[in-house]
Design a binder for this molecule. Structure first.
Ligand code: RBF
Ligand code: MG
Length: 324
C-alpha cells in the first residue's frame, strides 16, 4: 500500500499562467502562446526572479487542492517538493513541504519531467509522469514513453489511481472546487485578490465572438479598445479583474477578463466584462463606464472546457463579494 505521495509543486501551483501573463505584460507584441510556455517553461527561466516577486498572485491548478484533500482522506500523506526553495514554502505554508527523499518504496512520485521520472524508475520507485499541458505533440510523447513502465496522467481526473490499490476512487466535483459561502479548505488558496488604484474609462460595447453567452453560459460585454484605453490598461497583467460599471447611468458590479484568452488561442487583446445583473438586450453600441478596482488572478489555459467554466464561475463568486 502507498503511504506517501511526493508531488512536484508545478503540478499544484499554476506557474505557467503566471509566467505567460508576466511575459505578455512585458512585451504585448511578443508572439507567444501559453502552449509555448507550457512546452518548455525552462526556456523562460530568466524570468524566474519575476516569478518569485509575483508569488502572491500564484493560484493552484484546478483539481489540485481537492486531490491533496483526497489523498489525506485515504491516509496517504501528500508531500510537495520544489526547486524554487524557501520563498514558496513561506507563501504557501498550508501545503506540506518536505525535503525530497527518493528511497521510499511505499510512495508515488508525481512529476512533469520525464528525465526526472526516469531517474526514479532506476531506483524502482512508483512514478507518474504528469503532463501539465495539453497534448500538442502526441507523437513525441508516445515515443518518449515507449517501453517505459511510466504511468502517465494528463489531469487529476485521468490519474491512474487504480494502479495504487487505493481504497476508493476520488470524485472531483465542481462543488468542491467552488468558493462556497462556507469556508472550505480550498478557499484560502482561491479566494485571494489584490486591491488596485482604480483605473477608469468609458468604452463602447461591441460584438464579440458570441462564445460567452452561448458556449460558456457567462454573457460578457466586449469593449472596444481605443488608444486611450490601451494606454490605461497596457500595464495591467493579463488576467481577471473586478470593478464597478455604469450602463445607461445604472450601476452594476462586474467581473472582467483583460487578455488573450489562451484557452481559445485568441491572439488580439480583449476586454470582456460580465455584469452582475439580468439583461434582456445586448447593448451593442452602448457606452459602458468601467472602474477596475481589484485583480483576481492571471489568465490561464485549462486542460478541459469544464475547468475554464469552473474557474470563471469561481471568479464570479469572488467578484460579487468585492463589488456588489
Ligand atoms: N479565457 C481564458 O482563456 N482563460 C481565462 O482564464 C479566462 N478567464 C476569464 C474570466 C472571466 C471572469 C471572464 C468573463 C472571461 C474569462 N475568459 C478566460 C474569457 C472567456 O474565454 C471569454 O469570455 C469567452 O471566450 C467569450 O469570448
Ligand atoms: Mg461577449
Amino acid at each position: 500500500m502507498i503511504s506517501k505521495c511526493y508531488i512536484n509543486c508545478e503540478i499544484i501551483l499554476d506557474f505557467n499562467s503566471l509566467l505567460f501573463s508576466i511575459l505578455k505584460k512585458q512585451n504585448p507584441d511578443l508572439n507567444l502562446s501559453l502552449n509555448d510556455v507550457q512546452e518548455n517553461p525552462k526556456k523562460y527561466l530568466e524570468t524566474q526572479e519575476l516569478l518569485l516577486q509575483n508569488l502572491c498572485i500564484l493560484k493552484p491548478q484546478i483539481g489540485a487542492i481537492e486531490t491533496l484533500q483526497f489523498l489525506e482522506s485515504q491516509h496517504i500523506q501528500p508531500i510537495i517538493y520544489s526547486e524554487f526553495g524557501l520563498q514558496l514554502q513561506q507563501h504557501f505554508p498550508y501545503l506540506n513541504w518536505q525535503e525530497f527523499t527518493d528511497s521510499d518504496q511505499n510512495s508515488i512520485f508525481i512529476d512533469p519531467r520525464i528525465d526526472f521520472c526516469e531517474q526514479l524508475l532506476k531506483k524502482n520507485l512508483n512514478v507518474v509522469l504528469f503532463k501539465n499541458h495539453k497534448l500538442k505533440d502526441k507523437e513525441y510523447w508516445n515515443q518518449l514513453l515507449q517501453n517505459k513502465p511510466i504511468l502517465f496522467a494528463e489531469s487529476w481526473e485521468t490519474f491512474p489511481w487504480q494502479s495504487f490499490k487505493l481504497v476508493t476512487q476520488p470524485i472531483f466535483s465542481a462543488d468542491q472546487y467552488k468558493v462556497n459561502e462556507c469556508e472550505n479548505a480550498a478557499t484560502k488558496y482561491w479566494n485571494t485578490f489584490i486591491k488596485l488604484n482604480p483605473i477608469e474609462f468609458t468604452s463602447k460595447i461591441i460584438h464579440g465572438r458570441n462564445r460567452g453567452g452561448t458556449m460558456l453560459g457567462i454573457p460578457t460585454a466586449n469593449l472596444q479598445i481605443s488608444e486611450e484605453i490601451h494606454q490605461l490598461t497596457k500595464n495591467l497583467l493579463p488576467g481577471v479583474y473586478a470593478g464597478i460599471t455604469y450602463l445607461e447611468n445604472v450601476q452594476y458590479g462586474g467581473v472582467l477578463s483583460i487578455g488573450y484568452n489562451p484557452y481559445f488561442l485568441d491572439t488580439p487583446q480583449t476586454i470582456e466584462v460580465h455584469l452582475y445583473g439580468e439583461f434582456q438586450e445586448d447593448f451593442y453600441g452602448a457606452n459602458l463606464r468601467l472602474i477596475i478596482t481589484h485583480f483576481l488572478r492571471p489568465e490561464s489555459d485549462f486542460r478541459t472546457f469544464d475547468h475554464l467554466i469552473k474557474a470563471i464561475s469561481n471568479d464570479k463568486i469572488i467578484g460579487r463579494k468585492l463589488v456588489c
